[in-house]
Write a new protein. Structure first.
Length: 386
């Protein structure tokens, strides 16, 4: 999605040398930059201008754990670790910047509209949580009556739901603003309209070529979302990510009726109701299409019939950053030490980990193998060879 970026501290003369250059000022880059600057690093964030693919301005704002990690149980732990850290993280951002990101964790529901959907959901969660090391993950499959007891406004077509206490949501646009303000308060330099066109490594230093000249840094972090696929090979990293389109709807504001986040319907702290979100292989096309929007609206209406009386105020599409197995990539380059990549499709959920776990490791110069080895892109070489 094209979206405006934040005010940059750019009227001052821009320094040219930094400890770390973060490429990409989306939620991943901003969370990392916040954590790196907080750890005392001199940080520059090089971002595109207002017109760019930027998932961070188009997401659904869930901080979500349930159903994540089938095929990689470590990802379930990684998501849960971030969700567990989120409350403290939100408090820290508020104390620093005064911005309340409205994080709440009442538990989350995934509603189903047929017995077939119920059985599919149940089977998925059973397989997921039967994986080694995941027996501590709680979830419940609830029937219509149990869901209605907790969410009285569901419609008669709701057959049931899966529920987990670990899930929550936030105001992700405010999260984005808080991270940007917070990183600059910690001393980071945010450079809008600085597309990195070239990336060279020589003499243990990275040189980043932009139309405004060169920036030099001892370390570089690729956090450019789908742009990482192009940048990775410049520093010996393979970053196989592709765009996946998601479309969303938001209604006019209404009185609070939905306390819990539901995977495809959530009432924001400001009163609007977000209805989402599709998963489409549409290449780099970020346009909204009526057929998909109609399906989203229809399903949401069947879940909550009262939505029928609300006006839609906006629809949009944004491009997720997707790997072929759906799991993140965190890796340091073997041929260009000091070059890191961080990319995932759940940058809201994982923001706390990026700020509080990944950034301090990068500041120290290494991603410990016991935590991050599983997230290396080398897993795709193994899959390709198998
Ligand atoms: C429809 C939808 C719903 C979503 N819902 C959720 C959700 O509920 N929960 C959740 O956790 N996540 C969700 N996400 C995902 C979440 O929004 C992203 O993971 C998050 O935004 C992080 O993205 P990012 O920073 O990696 O990429 P982006 O936001 O795309 O940012 C990448 C940045 O890099 C910049 N860039 C690219 N190339 C260059 C270059 N060469 N030089 C300089 N800058 C460059 C771009 O301009 C951009 O600012 C959703 C995403 C979508 C699309």
């Amino acid at each position: 999605m094209a979206g405006s970026t934040h005010a940059a501290n750019s009227d001052k003369a821009v320094p040219r040398e930094f400890d770390v250059a973060v490429i990409g000022g989306g939620l991943v880059g901003s969370a990392l930059a916040w954590g790196l600057a907080r750890a005392g690093q001199r940080v520059a964030v090089l971002d595109e201008g207002d017109v760019a693919y930027r998932a961070s301005r188009g997401n659904f704002a869930l901080v979500w754990v349930q159903s994540k990690g089938l095929g990689m149980p470590q990802y379930a732990h990684w998501s849960a670790r971030s969700a567990d850290a989120w409350s403290g993280f939100a408090d820290t951002l508020k104390a620093q910047t005064g911005i309340d990101v409205s994080y709440e964790r009442p538990g989350g529901f995934h509603l189903v509209l047929s017995q077939r959907e119920y059985d599919t959901r149940k089977s998925l969660l059973e397989r997921l949580y039967a994986q080694p090391g995941l027996d501590g993950f709680d979830y419940a499959m609830l029937d219509h009556a149990e869901v209605k007891r907790r969410i009285p406004h569901i419609g008669p077509e709701v057959v049931g739901a899966s529920y987990s206490t670990r899930d929550g949501h936030c105001n992700s646009l405010r999260l984005f603003r808080a991270l940007n303000a917070g990183m600059q308060q910690h001393g980071a330099t945010y450079l809008s309209d600085h597309i990195v066109e070239r990336l060279d490594y020589a003499g243990r230093e990275f040189r980043l070529g932009t139309k405004h000249g060169e920036i030099r840094a001892g370390k570089v972090v690729l956090a450019a979302g789908i742009g990482n696929a192009r940048l990775g090979p410049m520093v010996g990293l393979h970053v196989p990510v592709r765009p996946q389109r998601g479309q969303l709807i938001v209604t006019e504001k209404t009185a609070p009726f939905l306390r819990y986040p539901v995977a495809t319907v959530r009432q924001t702290d400001e009163g609007g109701v977000m209805l989402g979100d599709s998963q489409e292989e549409a290449g780099f096309d970020p346009t909204v299409g009526t057929p998909v929007i109609a399906v989203l609206a229809d399903r949401a209406l069947r879940m909550f019939p009262q939505l029928g009386s609300l006006n839609i105020v906006r629809t949009w599409a944004a491009l997720r950053v997707m790997t072929q197995d759906g799991f993140p990539i965190y890796e340091q380059s073997a041929s260009c030490p000091g070059a890191f990549v961080a990319t995932c499709h759940s940058g809201v959920t994982l923001a706390a980990n990026h700020a509080l776990v990944v950034a301090p490791c990068i500041a120290q110069g290494a991603l410990p193998r016991d935590t991050f080895g599983v997230f290396s892109a080398r897993r795709f070489d193994v899959q390709a060879a198998a």
